[in-house]
Design a protein around this ligand. Structure first.
Ligand SMILES: Cc1cc2nc3c(=O)[nH]c(=O)nc-3n(C[C@H](O)[C@H](O)[C@H](O)COP(=O)(O)OP(=O)(O)OC[C@H]3O[C@@H](n4cnc5c(N)ncnc54)[C@H](O)[C@@H]3O)c2cc1C
Length: 251
């Protein structure tokens, strides 16, 4: 073990679909991070650690670290991560990183958080943290609205938790979920379309304008590109839009 890494034991696992799972790991030492940041996770490869960054789902005040992971069948790391059982070990870099954190300095009251599937991870961390602060009696001085997009509703992962949080904290939190493969999910009663198809509709419905809103986009690179186009056409300045691109789009 070098100075950069620590071990963490997988203490629970919840399979969401055959390709999506949620894990909680117990690191051997506490890792300090801000909600929205990522931690680099690794497993021993043939000569060195095989590592990838993952946004942390848990809030900084939770004792364990939670991740929401997608299996990329042809990927280098995720098939091996997928195979780690409860009780198994992973390696974590000690230093959490990233600037995809809640912008409390920008002066905006409204914050619109857009994600595809696992891209909801940093937002869950943020809203768990705000909910904990609210439970301690703090007034949350923001309007936070989340829009999560997926192909089908089974991929949302945190639907029940986010729906319950939005209900319990209706004065500052909203959660909407939308699916694009409507024909594969005929029972779904929620929003229909891709994130970029409904972004404008939700901004307008909430009264979130280019002048008073910070927007965050996370996950699929094509979604991020398309949403940025929608926002640009709606007059959002670049400084009001934060992005966390999870992988490079194929040409
Ligand atoms: C800041 C940051 C935070 C991230 N947080 C998360 C997270 O919370 N959960 C999570 O599951 N992933 C997250 N990722 C993606 C993660 O780091 C890996 O890229 C992903 O797990 C694939 O790793 P791999 O080694 O299996 O595939 P690789 O061997 O690295 O990639 C194989 C190919 O698949 C593409 N690819 C990678 N991921 C996907 C995907 N999901 N869907 C389709 N194609 C893909 C790559 O561009 C590449 O072409 C994050 C990435 C970044 C940069």
């Amino acid at each position: 073990m070098d100075a950069k890494h620590i071990k963490a034991v997988v203490i629970s696992r919840r399979d969401i679909t055959p390709e999506l799972w949620i894990v909680r790991v117990q690191p051997e030492e506490k890792i300090a991070f801000q909600a929205g940041q990522y931690i680099t996770v690794g497993l021993p490869g043939s000569s060195k650690l095989l590592e990838r960054p993952y946004s942390v789902v848990s809030s900084p005040r939770e004792p364990q670290i939670e991740f929401f992971l997608e299996l990329v069948p042809h990927g280098e790391l995720t098939p091996h991560l997928y195979a780690v059982p409860v009780g198994g070990e992973v390696f974590l870099r000690r230093a959490a990183k990233g600037r995809f954190v809640f912008d409390s300095q920008g002066g905006h009251r409204n914050h619109f958080l857009i994600a595809t599937v696992t891209g909801v991870a940093p937002y869950v961390s943020m809203v768990r943290e705000f909910a904990a602060r609210a439970a301690e009696g703090e007034t949350i001085p923001y309007q936070i609205a989340m829009l999560q997009a997926a192909s089908v509703s089974s991929e949302f992962g945190y639907y029940d938790e986010l729906t319950a949080l939005a209900k319990a904290h209706a004065s500052w939190l909203r959660y909407a979920a939308t699916i694009s493969r409507t024909w594969m999910d005929p029972e779904w009663k929620g929003e229909l379309g891709r994130a970029e198809d409904v972004t404008r509709k939700y901004l307008d419905a909430y009264g979130f304008t280019a002048a008073d809103t910070s927007v965050y986009v996370c996950g699929n690179p094509d979604m991020i590109q398309n949403v940025k186009g929608v926002l640009q056409r709606a007059g959002f300045p670049k400084e009001s839009v934060k992005e966390e691109v999870y992988w490079v789009a194929e040409k």
